[in-house]
Design a protein around this ligand. Structure first.
Ligand code: AMP
Ligand code: MG
Length: 289
């Protein structure tokens, strides 16, 4: 019998996360934001597959919550970063399709307030960490403190330079405390961003999403990419890796992100706690009541 020639086959990535994980040579300039990297190449099919994850994900989520009731500290934190219009809001809507809202905590980070600026930059982030048993989603994050802050010189270089190590140490501390990080950069091309910004201006019901400052950031695209490259390569660790999601196609972005979340929860494999009471004795008591 002829043997199948396995040597010629490209080895399939074990997981979506493995496919998207940032390596030391990550270069935004070499990224293709339109590429379909895994899953269906067809919008309708991709969206159907996202929806089909809901049952499994909510079951895992219930187990995670139950685990925390038994004293477990694990929680999932999805960190979303990306340029304006990269689809952070859309990605959260996709997660909302597969996650039970009761166990989901969304936090958005805009420019810090005067009061926040008086404190350490990680302070406001720490306030929003998801409690054990839940799934947190960050729409922007502490990474702005080495992205926009670096690009716009909001603090001197010696200040932001030390933040990379500080962020790694902070993430290590929280990872040891049960936070499972899933840090995702939604990567769009400058051409796609232009179209999305123009669409926001053209449609009256999208104009509220537009800020004149978006163009100022856009004009600094290359500086932002340099800052992203530094942040993602220096802060992609075993305990809190970075992933880059090609996001010019919204349905593909959603497919990749939701499958990464499902994969992570499966791997976490949360466990129902054993009851801290005698089940047989309690059953008797209830029957007799
Ligand atoms: P958006 O997410 O589009 O609503 O915009 C939020 C804005 O807040 C973006 O322009 C961010 O760059 C900005 N922002 C977020 N975090 C910080 C920070 N730590 N320092 C300065 N600006 C920030
Ligand atoms: Mg914006």
């Amino acid at each position: 019998m002829p043997r199948k020639d396995k040597a010629k086959k490209k080895p399939a990535a074990a997981s979506v996360r493995e496919l998207l994980r940032v390596g030391p040579d990550f270069d935004p300039a070499a990224m293709d934001a339109r590429r379909v990297l895994a899953g269906p190449a067809d919008k309708a099919q991709a969206l159907a597959q996202v929806g089909a994850l809901a049952g499994e994900v909510t079951a895992l989520q219930e187990r995670l919550y139950a685990e925390s009731k038994g004293g477990g500290k694990r929680r999932l934190l999805v960190v979303l970063q990306g340029m304006d219009t990269s689809g952070k809001g859309g990605a959260i809507k996709a997660l909302d399709r597969i996650v039970e809202p009761l166990g989901m905590r969304v936090a958005q980070f805009g420019a810090p307030t005067k009061a926040e600026l008086k404190k350490h930059y990680l302070w406001r982030i720490e306030q929003k960490l998801p409690p054990p048993g839940t799934i947190g989603i960050f729409d922007r994050s502490h990474y702005e403190d080495v992205l926009v802050v670096r690009v716009r010189n909001l603090v001197p270089p010696e200040e932001w330079e030390k933040r990379y190590d500080e962020i790694n140490a902070w993430e290590k501390k929280w990872s040891d405390d049960g936070v499972v990080f899933l840090k995702c950069m939604l990567f769009i091309s400058p051409a796609e961003q232009k179209e999305r910004l123009l669409a926001r201006l053209a449609e009256p019901d999208k104009r509220w999403k537009y800020r004149p400052g978006d163009v100022d950031d856009r004009l600094l695209w290359n500086d932002f990419m340099t800052a992203y490259q530094a942040a993602l390569t220096r802060c992609s660790t075993d305990y809190a890796p970075w992933y880059v999601i090609p996001s010019d196609r919204k349905w593909h972005r959603d497919w990749l992100l939701t499958h990464m979340v499902a994969e992570t929860l499966r791997e976490m494999n949360p466990q129902f706690p054993s009851p801290d009471y005698d089940v047989a004795a309690e059953t008797k008591r209830v029957m007799a009541s």
